[in-house]
Write a protein that binds this ligand. Sequence first.
Ligand code: SF4
Ligand code: SF4
Length: 271
Amino acid sequence: MGLDYLEVANQNGINHHSCGAPVVLADGLNGKDNILVKIKKGSVLKEVAIATLIHDVSAMVVLSHCKGHINAGYAGAIKNLAMGGISSEHRMHGWKKGRGCIHTFGEGIITWTKDKCTYCEQCVNVCPLGIIEFKGKKWAYIMNECWRCGRCTRVCPEKALHLPQNDEYFQKGLAEGAGAVLSTFKKKKVIYINFLLDIQPECDCMPVADVPLFQDQGILISDDMVAIEQASVDILRKARFIPDSMAGDRKVKKGEDVLKKLHGKEKGYSL
Ligand code: SF4
Ligand code: SF4
């Protein structure tokens, strides 16, 4: 929850002393401080809870760490805006108006396959809310409190957990969520800085740091979100992967698009 995030930031040297400015959580300490924004012509999202501070400020600098992503293939500024600008959950409407509405749909119920489970408890340890436990030999979670973040399903090495997901839905949700966040700003009031450094195969929400896929590629800046994302993807498409990285392990061939190949996104990215 919020205080934990602040503590992690502090442990990594990000605090008001080092920044010379307050370090705050845009959706409050409980992840419920937000304002509902309607999405006109949304194909998968209709209304989302935008973090109050992001909704209320007049200008924003979006700092994004570029990396791979299981659902989107590539994750940069668009994903950062959608996931970072939308609150964890809405006070009245829960995860269905929070960022969980991008990760899943319907009731987003997690199912567990007993025969596959080895009781390693990785899912228990990774849940940000601590709502997973084993009752005897039976997996259980508090469904009403679940954010539908999908971390437990992602870390399960046996694929014993399942959350209803669809890549196309997720990618459209990211685009529409990012659009909703931007709709709270006037034109030319947001700039983007993309860091193509320590480029990980997986999303930063995963509790592991892998060998970077590529050598550091640099830092990009633009006032055009689509342009900076396209430039970042183009750079990564041309970059040579590090042989000891996941790309080497999975035997990606020279000239292949590494992020597409690793995440099975031959049909495309979220751009
Ligand atoms: S999806 Fe899994 S990890 Fe995320 S909050 Fe729900 S139970 Fe916890
Ligand atoms: S991570 Fe998967 S295998 Fe491990 S305890 Fe959880 S459900 Fe079972």
